[in-house]
Design a binder for this molecule. Structure first.
Ligand code: NAD
Length: 343
């Protein structure tokens, strides 16, 4: 029997995983996040199953190894919260590379439309029988230029959606797709030419705070920034300054760099300690959703199926096509090419 410690379990996790857990698995669901303080809960388990805000740094990895855990199974695509270089040679890591890129791309467009057509304001007004249109003027997406940073699975679907709106679509990627019909430009051109910028690249050392005071200064006045990727791609304080200076016209944020202790919890009735987040949320032109872009029934179904299949394949066959290591991360340098283990 494969013993799994499942951290940061939400109701939607237990609802989607429980029907799929067969007699081969014994899963303990913990509401707490994985961290140095909670790693002992994994003692005696073969696998830890974690999500975007669980902490998997050097101390936690040492703790997992000391407790006999053999596999870190991420039930998400991004793995920036795991020190993959330190984990190499110590513990294997699998992830769900794609569960529904449509869910995230569609949420990015939902945020964008809500923001520029002032739907969030209109919704509140009409519920109060206020039918005034004052201050609700939006703009057409048709004919506007959108710059997409990261032309992977989600970025490309978002580009297709934007093309459906008749937008002029520019793309930037560190590893551009050869012979594609994507109109690739430099990152500076994305900043300079776009009316809307949508971020779809992973969080790495290189991409951390790629949206900062310097890049914001290069952007068109009134630009709309959409971030459904990872919070730390954006320097939140610089974003706030950009909004106050009217350089940024609107921000649509599904992720926030300090989200770990805030998102997924109900803080209504509490005093929010994070002044930058509180100020951003107070802005009429900022929309924040709490890392929910992935949250569709289709995506949850795929996450549960792939996560359990990854765990079973790895524990029974000693390999997984969805293993990641820091060599995989550097494109092409992992010798295993997903035919065997990374180490
Ligand atoms: P993907 O791997 O298919 O695409 C990522 C793209 O980014 C690749 O084309 C890659 O070459 C490119 N890239 C890598 N380094 C770059 C750099 N320095 N500059 C520009 N581009 C770079 O991933 P995906 O499935 O499209 O997911 C994209 C991101 O979306 C993930 O990394 C994750 O952080 C985020 N995500 C968010 C949610 C959510 O619920 N908000 C859900 C899933 C994924």
């Amino acid at each position: 029997m494969i013993k799994v410690a499942f951290f940061d379990a939400k109701e939607y996790d237990t609802n989607s995983f429980t029907p799929k857990i067969t007699s081969e698995f014994k899963v303990k669901f913990y509401e707490t996040k994985l961290s140095a303080d909670t790693v002992q809960l994994a003692k005696g388990c073969d696998v830890v199953c974690i999500f975007v805000n669980d902490i998997c740094d050097k101390d936690v990895i040492d703790g997992l190894v000391a407790n006999g855990v053999k596999l870190i199974a991420l039930r998400c695509a991004g793995y920036n919260n795991v020190d993959i270089e330190y984990a190499f040679g110590k513990i294997h890591i699998v992830r769900v590379p794609a569960y529904s890129p449509y869910a995230v791309a569609e949420h990015a467009m939902a945020l964008l439309l809500t923001s520029i057509r002032r739907i969030h304001k209109a919704f509140i007004r009409t519920r109060d029988f206020n039918f005034s249109l004052s201050g609700l003027t939006g703009f057409d997406l048709h004919g506007k230029t959108v710059g997409v940073v990261g032309t992977g699975k989600i970025g490309r679907i978002f580009m297709d959606i934007c093309k459906g709106f008749g937008m002029n679509v520019l793309g930037y990627d560190k590893f551009p797709i050869k012979d594609s019909d994507i109109n690739y430009v430099s990152l500076d051109e994305i900043w300079e030419k776009s009316d809307i910028i949508s971020l779809h690249c992973p969080l790495t050392d290189e991409t951390t705070h790629m949206v900062n005071a310097e890049s914001i200064a290069k952007m068109k006045k009134g630009v709309v920034l959409v971030n459904t990727s990872r919070g730390a791609l954006v320097d939140s304080e610089a974003l706030l300054e950009g909004i106050k200076a009217r350089q940024i016209g609107a921000a649509c944020l599904d992720v926030y760099e300090e989200e770990a202790n805030v998102f997924f919890h109900d803080f209504s009735g509490h005093i929010v300690e994070d002044d930058v987040l509180a100020r951003l949320i107070s802005m009429p032109n900022v929309i924040v959703t709490s890392h929910q872009a992935f949250l569709t029934s289709d995506a949850l179904e795929n996450i549960a199926t792939t996560t359990l299949a990854n765990i079973k394949e790895f524990m029974e066959q000693g390999r997984s096509a969805n293993e990641v290591c820091y060599k995989c991360d550097k494109v092409g340098s992992c010798p295993q090419k997903h035919e065997g283990k990374c180490f």
